[in-house]
Design a protein around this ligand. Structure first.
Ligand SMILES: [Fe+2]
Ligand SMILES: [Fe+2]
Length: 164
């Protein structure tokens, strides 16, 4: 048995989030299309653009490692996105749709925050400063997106879902 080390974990996890980001890139336009409020639509569209940049950063990290970008199926993100699709279908045309979409999107962001937090720390431990900076930049974007979604939930989506 080969001895697996932190470098192996780092590369495997990088492949996991690379897979996840590409799935998220495809899911965000559906969420933007489904969202009722213009603010939530705009938030999803903005994050779709950011996600393109995040995929680019991941490709840069692969390059730093001297590896070709490779995706590894991530069942976690598939499950989270599947639940989002369920919300889209089951709550279509109802006042609770946006609150449900925000909750789905935040589940995605939290998964990403967990992954990028870990990857950034591992990059630091492995002495990969540039990779840590790239991963940290994405972690900040995911964190900001999560906060923006919380604001939308409190400001409108939840109230609309409750009052109607
Ligand atoms: Fe992302
Ligand atoms: Fe994200």
């Amino acid at each position: 048995m080969t001895e697996k080390r932190l470098e192996d974990l780092f590369l495997d996890t990088l492949k996991d989030i690379y897979y996840a980001e590409r799935k998220i890139l495809k899911a965000l336009p559906k969420m933007a299309k489904g969202a009722q409020s213009p603010e939530l639509k705009a938030a999803f569209e903005k994050h779709r653009e950011e996600t393109e940049g995040q995929i680019d950063r991941l490709q840069q990290v692969f390059e730093i490692l001297g590896k070709r970008p490779q995706a590894k199926t991530c069942p976690a993100i598939e499950g989270i996105l599947e639940e989002g699709e369920e919300i889209l279908e089951e709550y279509q045309g109802t006042p609770a749709l946006d609150a449900g979409l925000v909750s789905s999107a935040q589940a995605v962001e939290h998964y990403e925050m967990a992954r990028y937090g870990t990857l950034k720390r591992w990059a630091e431990t492995l002495g990969m400063k540039d990779a840590a900076t790239l991963l940290g930049a994405t972690l900040d974007e995911e964190t900001k997106t999560d906060k923006a979604l919380s604001v939308l939930a409190v400001a409108s989506a939840n109230q609309k879902a409750k009052a109607a």
